[in-house]
Unconditional design. Sequence first.
Length: 183
Amino acid sequence: MPTKGPATGSVLGRIAAMGLRTLDGATQVANLCGSFLISGLVFLIGADVFSRNAFNVPISGVPEMVTLSIVAIVFLQAPQALKAGRMTRSEAVIGVLARRAPRVLVVVETLYDLLGALVVGAILAATWPIFTRAWSRSEFVGAAGDFTAPVWPVKLMILVGCGLLVLQFLARIARRFQNGVAV
């Protein structure tokens, strides 16, 4: 028999709803930052191509900026992809379970979310010392005298993205049980 989560009108229910709205807002901001990075890359690559063709002079650091930006974009946009249900998964299996064994589907999706939170949490924990080292040692990419860029902002974006992704995995579980779909 399905159980309901905290009543929407209760204090606990309002606090949970406010927390989920705040998480969703932060997730959208991160996604927007990733979209701005994509737009910036399009402009930068276009300008580099134009500069190479028109003046035979490339823009210094474009390959390094592209490399750093792609990593940042993935981690900034992954939480929104999860929230919107656009993460890669087998719809065939999920469709069969939804029709034949909806309670098993709830268990499978909850396990998926728990494992996802654990794996991304491990990435978060492993990235923290890399971030602190990059920050304290002022690590950079590029060649001194030509182009250099600090590495720590990208490591920070990985941390932010991982943190939001862990919270979105947990929020999926909370929403599942709050909406009365408990096993």
